[in-house]
Each structure stands twice: as C-alpha cells, then as structure tokens.
Write a protein that binds this ligand. Sequence first.
Ligand code: 5GP
Ligand code: ZN
Length: 123
Amino acid sequence: MPSQHDDCLFCSIVREGTYVRKEKGFVAINDINPQAPVHVLVIPERHVDSFREIGEFPAREAKRMLEFVADTAREVGLTDYRVQVNVGPSAGQTIFHLHWHILGEGPKRDDLPAHAETAVVEL
Ligand code: 5GP
Ligand code: ZN
C-alpha cells in the first residue's frame, strides 16, 4: 500500500471504511455532512496532504484518479455535477489528505424508476 499516516482520518477510512465504490488505490465515500443531494468524496490511498503535492503521484496513478472521479460520478447517477478540491485552510480544507468532492443534484427525473416519482399535489 502507498504511504499512509497513522493519525489521518482518511487513511483510516481507506483502510477500514464503508465505500460507495472502491478500486485499487482509490475509494469513494458519502460525505458525512452533504452539501448537495449527492455529495461523494474520492480519496486516494496514497497520503499526500493536499492537491499541492499532486506531483507525488506517478503520472499513471494521477490519470487513474481523475478517471475514478468521473466513473464514480457516473455510477452514482450524475451526468451534471461539480468537482471541487479545497486546498489549504482558508480555502476550506479541513482534512489534510487529498480528496475530491463530487457534488450534484442527483439522477435526472426521467432516469428515476417509476416508483420514485414524487406525487404531484394540486393546491
Ligand atoms: P474538506 O473540508 O477538507 O475539503 O473536506 C472534508 C470533508 O470530509 C467535509 O465535507 C466533511 O463533511 C467530510 N468528513 C469529515 N469527517 C468525515 C467522516 O468521518 N466521514 C465522512 N464520510 N466524511 C467526513
Ligand atoms: Zn491520510
């Protein structure tokens, strides 16, 4: 396994968390405090403190990480979404292990199964 930090929350989650999705080197989890109807975090196993250290990833692994972000968004049903990386405390970073936020509104209404339709109430 690539570099890990004993006292890092996301290193622990990578080791023993429950995932939305997992692939060699990466996991996706639901954010504990979602800021959108769908809010997933993609976390690489390799510990780097922030996006500033992206150069520590071998090129192939960095490419796979981006593909994992795109594949995860698709698999959770998103076609349109935002990808966000907070870099440094004043930009909102609170966990110092690189991670990618995927934020979206959820599957389009037309894509939902019939039983998931919301009842229309006439006023
Ligand atoms: P940051 O603020 O560093 O960009 O993002 C950290 C994110 O991790 C926040 O959105 C926060 O809600 C989420 N988070 C913090 N602790 C936990 C946890 O124990 N489990 C999960 N699933 N998400 C967490
Ligand atoms: Zn870590």
